[in-house]
Design a protein around this ligand. Sequence first.
Ligand SMILES: C[S@@+](CC[C@H](N)C(=O)[O-])C[C@H]1O[C@@H](n2cnc3c(N)ncnc32)[C@H](O)[C@@H]1O
Length: 352
Amino acid sequence: MAKKTVKTAAKKAAKTPAKKTTATKSKTSAKAKASVKKLAAATLPKVSAGELVTLLDYVRYATSRFIEAKLAFAHGTTDPVSEAAFIVCELLHLHPDQFESFAMARVTAAEGRKILDVIHRRVTTRKPAAYLVNKIYMRGLPFYVDERTIVPRSFIGELLDTHFAGDDGEGASLIDDPMDVESVLDLCTGSGCIAILAAQSFPNAQVDAVDLSPAALAVAMRNVIDYGLDERLTLYKGDLFAPLGDTTYDLIITNPPYVDAQGMADLPDECLAEPSMAFDGGIDGLDIVRKIIDQAGAHLNPHGGLLCEVGRGRANVDEAFPDLPLIWLDTEDSEGEVFWVSAAALQGRGGI
Ligand SMILES: C[S@@+](CC[C@H](N)C(=O)[O-])C[C@H]1O[C@@H](n2cnc3c(N)ncnc32)[C@H](O)[C@@H]1O
């Protein structure tokens, strides 16, 4: 395997969010799934740490096992090589960007045992790698994550860089100057990653972040403290805007639950380890999105706007809100899964 290919894959693991609902899944019964897992466990080769020597050897071995087990990749990586490189680097306390420097370095027997253990658990449990190593990277930054919250993979992190960096002369920015943003709300914050990225993008802003799940908020609190943002970022427990009174914001950003009933039935095994309330958007996926669109206007300052991720729900959103001038945004790995709408266009809908 070319070192460059793995390097690119490792970098991708650090940078690229994967789509929430696009992982493919065969529709197998619970019984069939259980026997697939059993088979995977039974057929995992007995390899001892000394048989594999370099980081690259471990990445190759993991890649082979992941392909063999037909894993789904939707949690920060999009393919088996990136996933393998992410796991190997993480267990060696290396940033994925450092893979190339050490690809041909030897792994000690003790390190090798730890790597093999996680590779085997990834195959036999189907849990996302991020849960097995308690880490995920967004925009190259590390965040703590565990099963109390969804593994972050929103496209909003990338959009903050590409569309909220201020006027660059190319007209891509939706705001004039990030330094002028004084208040941001992250609805449905989960692990707090988007709120933290927003705090970094808008250094003069106070950031509020809301989630209905106390368990997710405990993870968010850990990340907020890790990033030293507890003075500038406040977490609230509650249903969407309910805990905020009549507070208004310059920007509202949100990656809410938006998976429709069919999508919920088709979730890959990897997603079953995540809290279902992070996905479930009702029959057409828009239960929560509708509420956000209806109530956001009352919580936005006049020059502000709403940035909202809806996955594959674009057609449903367009149909449900034909009069709203939505701007659909693309990222490196997505097309029209996030919209922006100005505060002016939202005024007069719903209310506090
Ligand atoms: C798709 S996850 C997004 C998490 C995080 N923003 C991210 O991008 O990784 C949706 C989050 O919404 C939360 N949630 C679900 N219903 C909610 C509600 N009615 N009010 C507030 N948060 C809610 C879930 O607990 C979950 O953490």
